[in-house]
Design a binder for this molecule. Structure first.
Ligand SMILES: [Fe+2]
Ligand SMILES: [Fe+2]
Length: 207
């Protein structure tokens, strides 16, 4: 964790426990795990956006920090959506009915957990998000080591190339080269998740 407080350590423990359960179903660092966990992770940002928008609407954003958090969450949401589309759509990671059922139902629960937590204790919600991203970095590092060479050497998924072409995408802004293979894509995603760790750590103290 980038944040070194006790609250951050607690958030990390909660996420590790939840991930331990998900590992029973999606233990292998492949497109099934990535597609399922990305849906769940992306929903947390959508929930944060909704809650921030609500807080802004009822007039609590006196200094503009809630709006800044909302804008950052939107930017992260688009990036997570790209990850999801790469693994779920392009690589068919959700082809099993059971995976779709489970991932989507967990995502709905996570939406409400993150929306309500953001309203009650935004710091905690951001720290839980930071912990999710710490674990995401580990998943994609494992993917680079554990997926077969031919899988990593396959051409970059179309969504990845499309995302890179967007002038304000996280990959362009960072100066990444256009991904040629899935190895390049996963390496870019590792950098994305590491960026999310830092951004969520900052958001935790935003308001
Ligand atoms: Fe992601
Ligand atoms: Fe992420």
């Amino acid at each position: 964790m980038e944040t070194k407080t006790r609250k951050a350590a607690t958030a990390h423990k909660i996420i590790e426990a939840g991930e331990g359960v998900l590992n029973l179903v999606w233990g292998k660092a492949d497109e099934r795990r990535a597609a399922s966990l990305e849906i769940i992770a992306r929903t947390a940002y959508t929930a944060e956006e909704s809650a921030c928008h609500y807080l802004e609407t009822i007039g609590l954003d006196k200094e503009g920090t809630i709006r800044d958090t909302l804008e950052l969450a939107r930017y992260q949401d688009t990036n997570e959506q790209t990850h999801e589309d790469i693994f779920a759509r392009d690589l068919d990671g959700l082809k099993n009915w059971g995976d779709r059922f489970l991932a989507r139902h967990i995502a709905v629960v996570i939406y409400w957990v993150f929306a309500i937590t953001t309203l009650i204790d935004h710091e905690m919600a951001a720290l839980l998000g930071e912990a999710v991203e710490v674990e995401a970095v580990k998943t994609y590092r494992r993917m680079l080591k554990e997926q077969p060479e031919e899988w990593l050497d396959q051409p970059a998924a179309p969504t990845a190339t499309h995302y890179w072409e967007k002038p304000n995408s996280m990959w362009r802004v960072r100066g990444d080269h256009m991904p040629g293979s899935m190895r390049d894509v996963v390496e870019a995603i590792v950098r994305d998740e590491a960026d999310h760790v830092k951004a969520n750590s900052k958001k935790a103290t935003a308001f």
